[in-house]
Design a protein around this ligand. Structure first.
Ligand SMILES: Cc1ncc(COP(=O)(O)O)c(C=O)c1O
Length: 366
């Protein structure tokens, strides 16, 4: 009998990711015949038909290892963005890119700066690498406080995340704010603009992160196929940046981190602009419907540029969420973001949006 096996000490301070129950499990438990899932910002229209065709075509190839260079997809994106192929790095979802940038860049005691609330996976990457996590509260109108984030930078700051649009608020930073902010960021800091919801934005002052990638700044942009492209189940996201900034990722990633079906589906999906335009139109109409319903019900909602809406329900939203669930509508509670009186709901099809509104009305007045 010797010492028990111990993992690295700080690993015990991390919380395991607790997977949500699947729609099938929830339906079985609650005896529901249908469940409308509006909790994970997925695309209610599904994937592009071209992506599905590509998957079927490649089913005969899944006994072979994937292309570790993602060549077909790399070339498709290179054409699409008019950037050299070496400006892209790929991950098993942008979740994996967040992980890889942490592993590659963060030394113990380095600082990672992010907004609060913002996307929670940035926190885990700081904890895993024993970095210091600095969370800067959003402004009263739920937007990134870029001035305070710049003030928080020190000689030990390494990574700084700006989710634009932000999750869970759907708010954006504007071009002039971002440019003023970037002027203040010193050379030893890498700014990651996480543009997971890029395709949904139609605000005229939205800055395209790519403009700063080309300008020699220490900026990397993350995009994903999980949201507007409807490929969340395949897991594929990508980083766009200068090759010297992406090189450390190539060193630490696994050789086959992106599977074949994800690569070919993504390469096909990027060419299907019709599907993206339909998705955007559905989302715009959906946001309008949801916002109008909030006004009617006397609920405050945060103006959103993404495919979801953060709604203040005026009481513990966990109760409201349960009441919605029993009516067959699944939304996200704000507790996980430290906002226990808010719920986050993504836009669905017109029928799904109406079902949500009816269910919400009932849940509030019960
Ligand atoms: C801001 C933001 N970044 C990254 C992700 C991760 O996306 P994925 O790993 O599916 O590409 C999400 C998903 O919700 C997100 O909201």
């Amino acid at each position: 009998m010797g010492m028990p096996v111990r993992a690295r000490a700080h690993v015990y301070q991390m919380q395991p990711y607790r997977p949500s129950k699947t729609p099938e499990q929830l339906m079985h438990e609650l005896g529901l015949s249908e469940l409308i899932k509006l909790s994970a910002n997925e695309n209610p229209l599904g994937a592009s038909p071209r992506a599905k065709e590509a998957i079927v075509k490649y089913l005969d190839k899944i006994h072979l290892y994937p292309d570790g260079n993602c060549t077909i997809l790399r070339d498709a994106l290179s054409q699409f963005y008019r950037l050299p192929p070496d400006h892209f790095a790929f991950g098993n979802g942008s979740d994996e890119l967040i992980h890889l940038f942490g592993v590659a860049y963060l030394e113990p005691e380095d600082e990672l700066i992010m907004a609060h609330p913002s996307f929670v996976r940035y926190e885990a990457s700081a904890q895993l690498n024993r970095a210091i996590l600095k969370q800067v509260p959003l402004t009263p109108d739920f937007r990134h406080d870029l001035k305070a984030m710049a003030d928080a930078i020190t000689a030990r700051t390494k990574l700084l995340y700006v989710a634009n649009p932000n999750n869970p608020t759907g708010t954006i930073v504007y071009r002039n704010e971002l440019e003023r902010f970037l002027e203040r960021v010193p050379d030893h800091v890498l700014v990651i603009l996480d543009e997971a919801y890029f395709e949904y934005v139609d605000h005229p002052d939205y800055p395209h992160g790519l403009d700063y990638v080309g300008a020699g700044r220490n900026v990397v942009v993350f995009r994903t196929f999980s949201k507007a492209y409807g490929l969340a189940g395949l897991r594929i996201g990508y980083a766009i940046g200068r090759p010297d900034l992406l090189d450390p990722i190539e060193r630490v990633r696994e050789p086959f981190n992106v599977n074949t079906l994800a690569q070919v589906a993504a390469a096909a999906a990027i060419t299907d602009r019709e599907h993206i335009e339909r998705t955007r139109a559905f989302n715009r109409a959906g946001l309008e419907t949801l916002q109008a319903a909030c006004e009617r019900l006397g609920l405050r909602s945060v103006p959103s540029q993404a495919n979801f809406l953060l709604i203040e329900v005026g009481c513990e939203c966990a109760r409201i969420q349960q009441r919605l669930l029993r009516q067959g509508v699944l939304v996200r509670t704000g507790e996980v973001f430290g906002m226990p009186t808010f719920l986050r709901v993504n836009t669905g099809t017109p029928e799904q949006n109406e079902r949500f509104i009816e269910a919400l009305q009932y849940a509030l007045h019960k």
